[in-house]
Design a protein around this ligand. Structure first.
Ligand code: 5AD
Ligand code: SF4
Length: 471
C-alpha cells in the first residue's frame, strides 16, 4: 500500500485564517465579553493534542475557556472510537446537553474526533441529535473556523467528513494544556491494521511530518521552558515512510536529543514489530531520552498475536526486551494488554499472565476486547462470555499489582530524579511529580519546585504513589 503524504496547502490555511478573522469580528459584535468555550478531548494523547489545536483556533477567534459546560457558549467534544464504552460516554454527555440547549438556544455544540469520522455515527447525530450544530471528522480539524463561522452566521448545521486519507496541516495555532509537559505529534494515521483496531479506519494512512517542522517545534518548546516533550504517533517506529529525505525514528530522536535545553524526551507508541536495535542503541546513547519504553505487547500467545495481525512472536518480543536490558540495565517497560480477543482460550490468557510476570512492567494499560464494526476481528467468533472475560481481567490486574508492589518496595531508600509537575494529593505542602518510568512520586517541598527536576529520597510506598523527601 503506497504511503501518501498530502498536505493542506497554504492557500487553504490562509482561507481558514480569513474565516477565523470573520468569526472573531462577528463574535465581538455579538457578545459583550469574550464568549467561553468548553473543549473536552476523550481518548489518547493524539486526541488531546488535536484538542490543543482546536483551542488554539478558538482562541484566535476570540473565545476564552471554561471547565464548566454550563457556563460555556460553545461546547466541543473531541471523541474517541477505540472502544465501545468511550463511545457510550460521548452519547451520554451529548444527551445531557439537550436541556442546556433548550434553556440557551444560542449555545453552540460541536462534535469531532475519531467517532465522527465514521459516516454511521455522523448519520446518527444528524437524525437523532438535532441540537448538535457542528460535526467534523479528524480529517476536517483545520476547517473549524469555516464551519463555526458559517453556523454562527445562521447557516444550517455543518457536517464535514472528508473522505480519503487525511492530510497534514502545518502551522495551526496551538493552545497547550500545560507549561511543563508538551505533546509533539510527529506523524498521523496508522498502516498496521491490527484486526481489533478502528484507528486506521478513522485516522487514515500513516503520514510523517517533516523533520524540520518537528525540530522547529521542539526548539520552540525548549525555549519556552517545557521540561518534557512526548513525541506522538500511532506507531512512532515507522516514522519517516514517504518523506522526501530518508530518515527513520532513531535519526529523528537523535536530532531532537541534540536540541539545546533542560528537557527530557518520551515517545509513544512503539510497535514491537518495528522497534529496532538501532532505536535501543539510540536511547542508550542519548542524553535526554528517558530509559522507559511503552511497548504494547497486547497478548502473550503467538496464536492470538497472529490473529491480531501484530506480526511478531512472543520470542521476538522477549529478545527485544532482553537486548534493551543488556544495553540499559535501568530500562523499564509499560504495555497495553487486550483481554478476551475473539477466540482467546483460558490457556492463551494464562500465557499473557506468564509474559507479564516475566517482563515485570512498571505499568499496564488493560482493556477488555471491544468489538468495532468495520474491523476484521468483528467478523470472528467470540464465544467467551463477558463475565468470564471480566474474571480474567481481575486476575490480570491482581497479577500486575503484586509485581508492582514488589517494584515499589524496591524503591525505598533510593534517591531518584523526579520532574515536579504540580501539587500533591497527600496533603498541604506536598508536591507531586513523575520519575523516568512515569511513576507518581510525592514529597514535601516548596511550590517553586514545580517545573523542575529534583532528587527525592524514597521512604514509603503505596500502590498509587511513592513518598519521599527532597534531597
Ligand atoms: N478493544 C480493546 N482494546 C483495544 N485497543 C485498541 N482497540 C481495541 C479494541 N477494539 C487497545 C490496544 C491499544 C490501545 C491504545 O487500545 O491495547 O494498544
Ligand atoms: Fe491500532 Fe495497531 Fe495501529 Fe496501534 S498499531 S493504532 S493498535 S492498528
Amino acid at each position: 500500500m503506497p504511503t501518501t503524504r498530502e498536505t493542506v496547502s497554504i492557500q487553504e490555511l490562509l482561507a481558514q485564517r480569513d474565516f477565523a478573522r470573520k468569526a472573531s469580528e462577528l463574535i465581538s459584535r455579538r457578545y459583550e465579553h469574550p464568549p467561553l468555550a468548553y473543549v473536552h478531548s476523550f481518548g489518547c494523547q493524539q486526541n488531546q493534542s488535536d484538542g490543543e489545536k482546536i483551542k488554539g483556533m478558538l482562541a484566535q477567534m476570540g473565545y476564552g475557556f471554561t471547565d464548566a459546560p454550563e457556563s460555556a457558549q460553545l461546547v466541543i467534544y473531541n471523541t474517541c472510537a477505540v472502544r465501545e464504552n468511550a463511545e457510550d460516554r460521548v452519547f451520554g454527555h451529548v444527551g445531557a446537553l439537550k436541556p442546556l440547549k433548550k434553556e440557551h438556544p444560542d449555545l453552540m455544540i460541536g462534535l469531532c474526533g475519531c467517532m465522527m469520522q465514521q459516516q454511521s455515527v455522523a448519520d446518527k447525530i444528524k437524525n437523532s441529535y438535532p441540537y448538535v450544530d457542528l460535526v467534523f471528522g479528524t480529517h476536517a480539524l483545520h476547517l473549524l473556523p469555516e464551519l463555526l463561522y458559517r453556523r454562527l452566521s445562521g447557516e444550517k448545521r455543518q457536517f464535514s467528513l472528508p473522505e480519503g486519507n487525511g492530510r497534514i496541516a502545518e502551522g495551526l495555532p496551538v493552545r497547550r494544556d500545560g507549561k511543563i509537559k508538551a505533546n509533539l505529534p510527529i506523524m498521523y494515521g496508522c498502516d498496521n491494521f491490527c484486526t481489533y483496531c478502528i484507528v486506521p479506519h478513522v485516522r487514515g494512512r500513516e503520514r510523517s511530518r517533516l523533520p524540520k517542522d518537528i525540530l522547529a517545534e521542539a526548539q520552540d518548546l525548549a525555549a519556552q521552558g517545557y521540561r518534557e516533550i512526548t513525541l506522538l504517533g500511532q506507531n512512532v517506529n515507522s516514522y519517516g515512510k514517504g518523506l522526501p529525505e530518508p530518515i527513520d525514528f532513531s535519526d529523528l530522536l537523535r536530532q531532537v536529543d541534540a536540541v539545546p535545553g533542560d528537557f527530557m524526551i518520551r515517545f509513544m507508541t512503539s510497535h514491537p514489530k518495528d522497534c529496532t536495535r538501532k532505536l535501543i542503541d539510540t536511547i542508550a546513547a542519548s542524553k535526554k531520552i528517558y530509559h522507559h519504553i511503552h511497548l504494547p505487547v497486547q497478548s502473550g500467545s503467538d496464536r492470538v498475536l497472529a490473529a491480531m495481525n501484530r506480526r511478531y512472536t512472543v520470542e521476538d518480543y522477549l529478545q527485544l526486551i532482553g537486548y534493551a536490558r543488556e544495553r540499559m540495565p535501568d530500562v523499564t517497560f509499560s504495555s497495553d494488554i487486550i483481554v478476551g480477543f475473539p477466540g482467546e482460550t483460558r490457556e492463551e490468557f494464562e500465557q499473557t499472565l506468564q509474559l507479564i510476570r516475566q517482563v515485570e512492567y512498571t505499568a499496564l494499560f488493560t482493556f477488555i476486547y471491544s468489538r468495532r464494526s468495520g474491523t476484521k476481528a468483528a467478523q470472528m467468533d467470540d464465544p467467551v462470555p463477558a463475565e468470564e472475560k471480566s474474571r480474567w481481567m481481575r486476575e490480570l490486574l491482581d497479577t500486575q499489582s503484586a509485581i508492582r508492589e514488589k517494584q515499589q518496595e524496591a524503591f525505598i531508600g533510593k534517591t531518584i530524579r523526579v520532574l515536579a509537575d504540580g501539587y500533591g494529593k497527600a496533603g498541604e505542602g506536598w508536591i507531586s511529580g513523575r520519575n523516568d518510568s512515569n511513576d507518581i512520586v510525592e514529597f514535601k517541598g516548596p511550590g517553586s519546585a514545580i517545573g523542575r527536576f529534583v532528587n527525592v529520597k524514597i521512604e514509603r510506598a503505596m500502590n498509587w504513589a511513592l513518598f519521599g523527601t527532597l534531597v
